[in-house]
Ligand binder design. Structure first.
Ligand code: F6P
Length: 401
């Protein structure tokens, strides 16, 4: 292979620029040329009409910071199968031929992966480097660690303002229908309550926890100060399993509902219970906060950092994983592999799985939750007993998460 293209697709996140650099530098060292196919699958589809492509020479690689989140290659959410043109695959092949591109390294999540399976079956060689801040692939994906660190940092920081006003804070975070980012980010911020799609939320249970932990914290404080932090995954459902997001936000071009509103829903649930509870009036009086008509119950505020959780800079873990993943993508492509997803690079051992298996959705392992329930973190259900079962380590893959 003499020339390959690199594509990034889906939602951007940390680690992607390292994938690009890892792939390009490895290709250069192997004597191959790497070009950027801009703006995801939209660019791939329109390649035929482009006059020129950016070649990733050492000079061009120096022009962007590999440790920054986002992607120098650009993104779009376009599913090739859905394009209304019977000749779409021929058009793509003609575009690749026009620029003498023999294979593709594509970094993206499950939707991107499904297109890789599709393209590969149509005879277009492509290798998948896993990327998604949602962490819902079977393999680790760049973006996960960066996002979890950002969620933890933002949530931690929020507590200073929350404590100053004795407010209950609800922070909604991206992650679609998997709770990995909320779960890990929330734990890392020492959140009091973490609500994830894997556990339908019972708001009576959440409220009892808020009441006990928040009021106790303020009462015990010598200056009567305290806050309570809830991290809510955007794909949360209620106890009946019904989605809490407001569907009026519409759908993206992959056909997914744009999730938004779970945090607002949680805020309203807590607010109404706090206002209706006579014991809260007694609590407010007891800590000297009660002012009739002005300050009768603690405020609940909701914060939605949105895209901030996947912006800025990549974590060190993602930069290193991205460099390895990009290098592995090029190596597998050069060895004639297609339709596969990089899992890991362990020394000279590059592991991979068929992309069709890598993109099966992975959720938070619920057996992990009870450990943290024993530490009094609320997950919106009756806590379950944590029963550890020690077993001898048998070796094998130790996954990051
Ligand atoms: O899949 C990654 C993700 O960040 C989700 O967590 C989130 O729901 C979605 O992308 C937001 O997408 P967009 O940037 O298209 O609004």
């Amino acid at each position: 292979m003499k020339k390959i293209g690199i594509i990034t697709s889906g939602g951007d996140c940390g680690g992607l620029n390292s994938v690009i650099k890892g792939a390009a530098k490895t290709a250069l060292s192997m004597g191959m040329e790497v070009v950027v196919i801009p703006n995801g699958y939209a660019g791939l589809y329109n390649l035929l009409e482009m006059d020129s492509l950016v070649t990733l020479t050492q000079v061009r690689l120096d022009a962007f910071d590999g440790t920054k989140s986002g992607s120098e290659a650009g993104h779009s959410r376009v599913k090739i199968k859905k394009i209304d043109n019977a000749a779409k695959y021929d058009r793509i092949k003609d575009g690749l031929r026009k620029f003498s591109i023999e294979g593709l390294v594509i970094s993206g999540g499950d939707d991107t992966g499904s297109v890789i399976v599709d393209l590969s079956s149509k005879g277009i060689p492509c290798v998948h480097v896993p990327k998604t801040m949602d962490l819902d692939l079977q393999t680790y994906s760049v973006g996960g660690d960066s996002t979890i660190n950002r969620i933890a940092m933002l949530a931690r920081d929020l507590k200073t303002t929350g404590r100053s006003h004795n407010r209950v804070l609800v922070m909604e975070v991206f992650g679609r229908y998997a709770g990995h980012s909320a779960f890990r980010g929330g734990l890392a911020a020492e959140a009091d309550c973490i609500l994830i799609p894997e556990i339908p939320a019972d708001f009576d249970i959440v409220y009892e926890h808020v009441k006990r932990v928040f009021t106790g914290r303020v009462q015990r404080s010598d200056v009567h100060a305290g806050t309570y932090l809830v991290i809510v995954a955007e794909g949360l459902t209620d106890a009946k399993g019904e989605a809490l997001a407001d569907e009026s936000a519409g759908k993206d071009s992959f056909g997914h509902v744009k999730l938004s509103g779970a945090g607002k829903y949680v805020r309203k649930q807590l607010e109404s219970r706090l206002k209706a509870d006579p014991e809260i009036v007694e609590f407010m009086k007891g800590v000297g906060m009660f002012v009739k008509g002005l300050n009768e119950s603690p405020e609940v505020r909701e914060v939605n950092p949105g895209h901030i959780v996947r912006s800025g800079y990549s974590s060190a873990y993602d930069v290193v994983f991205g460099l390895r993943g990009g290098a592995a993508g090029v190596t597998l492509l050069a060895k004639g592999m297609t339709g596969v997803t990089v899992v890991n690079v362990d020394g000279t051992d590059i592991s991979y799985v068929p992309t069709k298996d890598a993109i099966k959705q992975r959720h938070v392992d619920i057996s992990e939750v009870s450990l943290f329930e024993a530490m009094d973190v609320c997950f919106g259900r009756e806590p379950e007993a944590y029963e550890p079962k020690p077993s001898e380590h048998k070796g094998g893959i130790t996954r990051y998460m």
